[in-house]
Unconditional design. Structure first.
Length: 301
């Protein structure tokens, strides 16, 4: 419950509790004895912190939202390199398990070796930077000051409504653009917007648990489809930059990747249309009704 909005608490109390919990979690992650795990967990937590600020952007105002978002984004960027390469390695390993090795096995192994070497080099740079984790912990000392600038006055669903409407509307717009013009960039944008919406719905799950949990599950599936599609696109771009020698195997590998992307996009489109079938106003009104109904139950209890 600690990282979700509790309808039994006031909205300002929820915000204060969750912000502090995220900050404490991030600091604890950075004190992990395994620096690689520390960086991975801290980066994930900061993504969620940024998503939480989006939920309140209408309540705290764009200036405070942007300053909070920038604060955590800038810290996270210092530790993003290794994770990006890890994602490509995960993708190439999945492909390796599925394909006929006779078609492109040598090329896949060559890409894996290249990525493994790059990951090791990035890791050495990051971990060997002078007291990197200590620097990140130092950066996070300003967290409470950043959070203290939030001024939450509304103690009802209106504190979230504008933030949700913006996130939902941008996600819907990104989906329509990706379907109309299915470029890698457009699908990547749809993926980002879907992830933002998924996080926000997750924070609000307990306002009406059954339908919100189902919606969060659907959004998770959507972001999985779009995320895998994006990972394949990034891997292909990386492989192209390697100027692979075996052009027959390269062509076979790229063909397999293209087919996988087509399948993932064909799965994402109908699911996205289902999730994003309402207008932003209708969507927010439905969630607001959940909030009101939940508070009626709390009052009766």
């Amino acid at each position: 419950m600690s990282l979700r909005i509790d309808p039994k608490e006031t909205v300002p109390s929820n915000a204060e509790r969750i912000l502090q919990s995220f900050l404490d979690e991030c600091r604890a992650s950075l004190q992990n004895d395994d620096p690689h795990q520390a960086i991975h967990e801290a980066r994930k937590t900061m993504k969620k912190m940024r998503a939480f600020s989006r939920l309140f952007r209408g309540e705290i105002g764009n200036k405070k939202y942007r300053s909070t978002n920038k604060y955590y984004r800038d810290i996270a960027r210092k530790i993003s390199g290794e994770r990006d390469v890890s994602a490509m390695l995960d993708t190439v390993n999945k492909i390796n398990e599925e394909v006929d090795q006779a078609l492109c096995g040598q090329t896949i192994q060559h890409i894996k070796n290249h990525l493994t070497s790059r990951k090791a080099a990035i890791s050495r740079i990051q971990i060997n930077q002078e007291k990197l984790l200590d620097k990140l912990l130092e950066d996070l000392k300003e967290g409470e000051t950043v959070h203290a600038r939030w001024k939450i006055k509304n103690d009802d669903f209106s504190a979230f409504s504008k933030g949700i409407a913006i996130t939902y509307g941008k996600c819907q717009k990104a989906m329509k653009k990706a379907i109309k013009k299915p470029t890698t960039e457009n699908f990547h944008e749809w993926r980002k917007r879907s992830k933002y919406l998924r996080y926000e719905i997750g924070f609000l799950r307990h306002i009406w648990k059954k339908p919100m949990k189902a919606l969060e599950k659907e959004l998770h599936q959507l972001t999985d489809y779009l995320g895998e599609d994006h990972d394949l696109a990034v891997l292909r771009t990386y492989a192209e930059s390697m100027n692979l020698e075996n052009k027959d195997e390269e062509a076979a590998l790229f063909s397999i990747m293209s087919e996988k992307r087509k399948k993932l996009q064909s799965l994402a489109k109908p699911l996205g249309k289902k999730i994003l079938s309402e207008s932003p106003e209708q969507f927010v009104a439905r969630l607001s009704d959940y909030w009101k109904q939940k508070h009626k139950e709390i009052t009766i209890d």
